[in-house]
Every structure is written in structure tokens, then in C-alpha cells.
Design a protein around this ligand. Structure first.
Ligand code: FE2
Length: 281
């Protein structure tokens, strides 16, 4: 399957008003606010993150993986069926795309595959003066999922969806796996867990100053920081981890490295951070 990028995510949250303020603090745009939810715009797409009110659960509502066109989506559906899954056709209009199918990954996360985002050609203008977020061919950023069904989840994403392993971290070389579907070092990382959980999603700003100013805004407003500024050895991201109103983290970084599949070799990293990322909250 030829997944090109993480196109969008949906998150379920309890504190909608807290998330409106939080999205603004991150320097993203709150759009399509209908009272029961809103969307977050970070680039030239109409939206990248859908925020929905939920009293029952908080975390990842769905992840939308993008393929090139209608025939790629048809092939993807065939491959899911051949693997014994029963993907359903979903309401493409609800996501603002031309075609959409939906299934569940082995950890239970709602997994959508789509093509043809419908553009509205409105500019991104950060309310906090963020220069911009790095998206385009690299997709919206990355997600890190704790999954109850680790081995099957790794098979699902690498064997069926076609993600390539970037590297591993942990004893035995298989505790955390970082995977890519474009040049972004990882669009998805999987961690074995007792409960399937969104650990964090990552937004990549264009400059180090964007990260520094975002950190300052956290300090000024008393917004909790889970881990302070640091740098990851694998994707070389300089980032900090912000505690969202839902309890999971948002990694806010810059400077992520790109991988070239023609030359990339898989390795195991010995620790999560080259420097920093000290736990604060
Ligand atoms: Fe991350």
C-alpha cells in the first residue's frame, strides 16, 4: 500500500474551551467552530486536526492516512480485504476529502485512508506569529501510539500499509519502533502498552525561534510542560513537550531530519534524547 503522509487526525477532548485557548497558545488557527467541536488549521489545508467534544474518552479519535488518488485508495481497500479486514466506505464530505475508507488497527485505533483533500485556498495566519508549520509532502507531523497489540500493529503498519522502519529504541530492538511513509523521519511510532493510548502528536514549526517563543508562551501562561527543551538523536528534532488539556502531550519542535529510502539503514538508538527533555510536570 502506498501511504504518502499523515493527512489529518481527530482528537476527542473533554474540555473544548480549554482546547480553544490551547490551540491559540500553540499558534495554530481555530476554524470551523460549531460549538460542539472545531478544527485546527496549521497550513494551506482547510484543517489538519479535528477536535471533538467527548465526555467518555479523551485521545485519538481517528488518524487519516493519505494516498495519491482514487485508484490508490481502491487498491488499498483491496489489500485490506485480502488481509481479512472489512474496511467500510465512510462519508468523505465529513472530512473534506474526495474518497475515504475506514478500518481499525490492531490496537483498536480508528484508521482512515483517504485521497483528494478539498482545498479552500485560505492562507494560514498564526495568531501568535509562528512562521509556519512544516507539512506539505511530509504530512501534518507525527503520532506516537501506545498499543495493546504491538506485534500485530507493527505488521499492520509495515506489512500492510507499507510503512518503512526508521529505527528502534529499547532492549531487544523492538520496544519502540519509529516508522516513516515519506521523508519525515517518523510519521508514526508504536510502543507496547497495557492500554491503547495516544502518547503525543508532534507539530514541527519552521524555526527554532518559533519553538522558543512557544516555550515562552507556556511559561507566561502557566501552561504545563511535560518535558523541557531537548533534542532527539533519531529524528534530530529540537522540541519540548507540552501537556494538553486532555492530559496527552503535544511535541512542539523544529529541525526534523529527512530520510532517504535509497540510502537509509535501520539502527537502534540508545536513549530517547541526545540532551534535555527533562521531565517537568
Ligand atoms: Fe515525538
Amino acid at each position: 500500500m502506498d501511504i504518502r503522509a499523515l493527512g489529518y487526525i481527530g482528537i476527542d477532548v473533554a474540555d473544548l474551551e480549554g482546547w480553544r485557548r490551547y490551540a491559540d497558545l500553540l499558534g495554530t488557527m481555530v476554524v470551523a467552530d460549531d460549538g460542539d467541536g472545531f478544527a485546527i488549521k496549521i497550513d494551506d489545508r482547510p484543517w489538519r486536526i479535528m477536535v471533538r467534544q467527548s465526555e467518555s474518552s479523551e485521545g485519538l479519535g481517528f488518524a487519516g492516512w493519505e494516498v495519491a488518488d482514487a485508484s490508490a485508495l481502491a487498491r488499498a481497500a483491496d489489500e485490506l480485504v485480502a488481509a481479512g479486514l472489512e474496511p467500510e466506505e465512510a462519508d468523505a464530505g465529513q472530512r473534506g476529502v474526495r474518497g475515504l475508507i475506514r478500518t481499525r488497527d490492531p490496537g483498536g485505533f480508528t484508521t482512515e485512508i483517504f485521497w483528494g483533500p478539498v482545498h479552500d485556498h485560505r492562507l494560514f495566519v498564526s495568531p501568535q506569529g509562528v512562521s509556519g508549520f512544516v507539512t506539505g509532502d511530509l504530512g501534518l507531523g507525527h503520532i506516537v501510539l501506545g498499543t495493546t497489540n504491538y506485534d500485530a500493529a507493527v505488521d499492520f503498519y509495515t506489512g500492510l500499509l507499507g510503512f518503512r522502519v526508521s529505527d528502534y529504541m529499547g532492549a531487544g530492538g523492538s520496544d519502540v519502533v519509529f516508522t516513516h511513509c515519506n521523508a519525515r523521519h517518523h510519521s508514526l511510532a508504536l510502543v507496547p502498552a497495557d492500554e491503547s493510548t495516544l502518547y503525543h502528536f508532534m507539530l514541527e514549526a519552521e524555526t527554532l525561534d518559533d519553538v522558543g517563543f512557544a516555550l515562552e508562551r507556556h511559561h507566561q501562561t502557566g501552561t504545563p510542560i511535560s518535558m523541557g527543551l531537548g533534542k532527539h538523536p533519531n529524528d534530530e528534532m529540537v522540541s519540548f513537550y507540552s501537556r494538553s488539556p486532555s492530559g496527552f502531550d503535544v511535541e512542539f519542535g523544529c529541525g526534523g531530519r529527512l530520510v532517504d529510502d535509497d540510502t537509509w539503514t535501520v539502527s537502534e538508538i540508545g536513549r530517547p534524547s541526545l540532551w534535555g527533555h527533562r521531565r517537568e510536570a
